[in-house]
Design a protein around this ligand. Structure first.
Ligand code: FNR
Length: 452
């Protein structure tokens, strides 16, 4: 019996999970080009359980934010909700179930990774390690299935023996999963090894639930190859990773686009969803192939912000405009929250103190991709270079908002903008100090939307 409550896995062409590649922009791009279902990258259970869920009104997204460092671990949006499957890396039924519960209403399905051959997965009893512990694998699936009302699947690699593989799949299917993804390589095999399509076919013939064939990218160069892969594996659906990583328009029925056009489409989504520059760069680099061989590639390697990347594809102005608008919205949102709080309690930091050099500056994490770019680090290095005593920070908390004053060279600096945690508040005060030290100029603050 199929445990498929909403999403159907029959006759589907799917973007396979890829770490660092399958963040929101790539998933949306795959949907634009015709993919029916998109998997997230593998997200480790511990990491997600340390997140809080936040509706992001500025981006119209739902964000799962790491409570320790404020980074976005998983960002999704209404458009992809009916088609997105979140893949969990786990070795524990109750943790897997808790993660599934956490994201249940934001995604269309849950997948358990049972195929990752990387050392950290195997050592942690996750990914392909579960293939040798079928009872544990089934316990994880059963726990998740009984906890959520959306379909649950798993993605495996094949075992050494074809019959053992079929038996394992039958056992996994008996838990009530909605479908199973099979990468036709053994645990220690690499992409150069042949994908054993006959094993996938044997599983497909033995199971009633949809089997999703995977591992065919080497032979998937054009859309028609997807159909061929489906036929040789006898599968209901196909899941594509590397071919889509290089050129996501492989999902287009009417033929692939040239890579530069795909990069531009990708960058649009990256801009719209305020993607982290480092992740965007990684994905674009994978699309470009050998970047060292071209002038554009070498210039690209020098980029470090989203704006710089976008400039190379004539999207710099769009990026700047969009970032400015997003930052204005963020300012307004935070100001509103701040004003609400101020009505309840008096303001502990006296903003009228005239010995404090202040400016309304917001700390935007994505503007500082390298650790040495962070305002606090920049200020520290400035102090060392100029042989000044090191800056000292004092932070006031007010309900859930924070404001910091940095004392440097006998002067005080603070941002009038209330931040959501102490770390951001300190960075904010460092920005103001760096402005008064002429390290940042007004133009820089304005262009980047730092100034409120
Ligand atoms: C992967 N793969 C993978 N698999 C998975 O279950 N979870 C993951 O997070 C990842 N991450 C990942 C990253 C990158 C960069 C690559 C290339 C691959 C494996 C992937 O989903 C797929 O099983 C294999 O790549 C084989 O399919 P293709 O590439 O032949 O279509």
């Amino acid at each position: 019996m199929e445990n498929n409550k909403q999403l159907s896995y029959r006759n589907k062409i799917i973007l396979a999970p890829m770490v660092k590649i399958n963040t929101l922009p790539m998933r949306l791009l795959a949907l634009d080009y015709g993919a029916d279902i998109v998997y997230t990258e593998e997200l480790i259970d511990y990491k997600l359980l340390n997140c809080h869920r936040k509706v992001n009104d500025t981006l119209n997204s739902v964000d799962f934010i790491d409570k320790s460092d404020g980074t976005v671990v998983f960002r999704t949006c209404p458009r992809e909700k009916p088609f997105v499957v979140l893949q969990i890396g786990t070795n524990d039924p109750s943790r897997a179930a808790m993660v599934a519960k956490l994201v249940e209403y934001d995604v269309a399905g849950i997948d358990i990774n049972m195929g990752c051959p990387k050392g950290f997965s195997l050592k942690g009893g996750m990914g392909a390690a579960l293939l040798n512990q079928s009872d544990k694998a089934c316990a994880i699936l059963s726990a998740v299935i009984s906890t959520v009302s959306i379909p649950v699947t798993c993605k495996i690699r094949i075992l050494r023996d074809i019959n053992e593989t079929v038996s394992l799949c039958k056992k996994l299917a008996a838990t009530g999963i909605a479908a199973i993804g099979i990468h036709g390589r053994r645990i220690h095999e690499r992409p150069i090894h042949e994908n054993r399509n006959n094993v996938i076919k044997a599983v497909s013939e033995a199971l009633e639930i949809p089997v999703i064939a995977n591992g065919g990218s080497k032979d998937i160069k054009v859309y028609e190859d997807i159909e061929k892969f489906k036929i040789v594996t006898g599968c209901s659906s196909v899941m594509i990773a590397r071919s889509a990583e290089k050129n996501c328009s492989i999902f287009k029925r009417d033929g692939k686009l040239e890579v530069p056009a795909v990069i531009r489409d990708y960058l649009h989504h990256a801009i719209n969803y305020d993607s982290v520059a480092a992740n965007t760069k990684y994905c674009v680099q994978n699309m470009m192939g050998n970047v060292h061989e071209t002038e554009l590639g070498r210039t690209f390697l020098e980029t470090s912000t989203l704006q710089e990347i976008c400039d190379l594809w004539q999207l710099g102005d769009y990026c700047r405009e969009k970032q400015k608008k997003m930052n204005m919205l963020r300012f307004e949102e935070r100001d509103l929250a701040c004003n609400d709080q101020k009505r309840i309690k008096p303001n502990p930091v006296d903003e009228t103190q005239d010995d404090i050099n202040s400016l309304k500056c917001m700390y935007i994490r994505s503007l500082y991709p390298m650790p040495e770019d962070l305002p606090k680090t920049k200020l520290l290095n400035w102090a060392k270079t100029h042989r000044k005593p090191l800056p000292k920070y004092h932070t006031e908390q007010f309900e859930k908002l924070f404001k910091s004053i940095v004392t440097f060279d006998n002067k005080k600096y603070s941002s009038l903008f209330w931040e959501k945690n102490k770390r951001c508040a300190e960075q904010g005060s460092a920005i103001v100090c760096l402005y008064f030290l002429n390290v940042y100029d007004m133009e820089y603050l304005k262009i980047n939307g730092i100034l409120g």
